[in-house]
Write a protein that binds this ligand. Structure first.
Ligand code: 5GP
Length: 189
């Protein structure tokens, strides 16, 4: 028999460089029925990113039109760009009983909690240390030294928010972090 329980929205946050993208990729391989919310953003695509896959890349004007039309479940300004979660695809997936993963920042997490209540499960991916975070941002080679400094300052502020998440998972070993997050998702809601 098919379960009628509505799906849950698993919100995954971590400071940038915290390894969230890789964890989400592996997670979806481990749990193929998990839907991924594709955000809209005003930031420019990075090398290797494809339109509609990592993000829907839009102009600031288009972003604010979506926002005014109520098409975004949450939105936030992060590192000089706007990001938002399209409301309809997520709510449709949940109504069909599918669980979804949202890779969004702490401001967005608060708004999703407010909008979805206990159907939202908040998971904070904690980097093992600030030094490892810096190392990952440097290795990624997508940010200037000034941008890295800004992201690290932001990371310190975000880490303080881990306290009000439902779960904290330390991302020191990738395979273990993926297993821990998958176990949280597979727990009965
Ligand atoms: P990046 O530009 O490195 O892909 O993402 C920067 C930050 O924006 C990350 O913390 C990421 O989780 C967050 N982010 C991505 N999409 C969304 C979204 O739709 N809403 C919110 N609030 N944050 C997002």
């Amino acid at each position: 028999m098919r379960s009628r329980r509505p799906g849950r929205a698993f919100v995954l946050s971590s400071p940038s460089g915290g390894g969230k993208t890789t964890v989400v990729q592996r997670l979806r391989r481990a749990l193929p029925t998990l839907a991924r919310s594709v955000s809209v953003t005003t930031r420019a695509p990075r090398p290797g990113e494809r339109r509609g896959r990592e993000y829907r890349f839009v102009s600031p004007a288009a972003f604010h039109r979506l926002r005014r039309a109520g098409a975004l479940l949450e939105q936030a300004r992060v590192h000089d760009a706007w990001y938002g979660t399209p409301r309809r695809p997520l709510l449709q997936a949940l109504a069909r009983g599918r669980d979804a993963v949202l890779s969004i920042d702490v401001q967005g997490a608060r708004q999703v909690r407010r909008a979805l209540g206990t159907r939202a499960v908040l998971i904070f991916l904690v980097p093992p240390s600030m030094a490892s975070l810096r190392q990952r941002l440097v290795r990624r080679r997508t940010d200037s030294p000034a941008a890295i400094r800004r992201r690290l300052a932001q990371a310190r502020r975000e880490l303080a928010c881990a306290a009000w998440y439902d779960y904290r998972v330390v991302n020191d070993r990738l395979a273990r972090a993926v297993r821990d997050v998958a176990a949280i998702i597979q727990r009965k809601g």
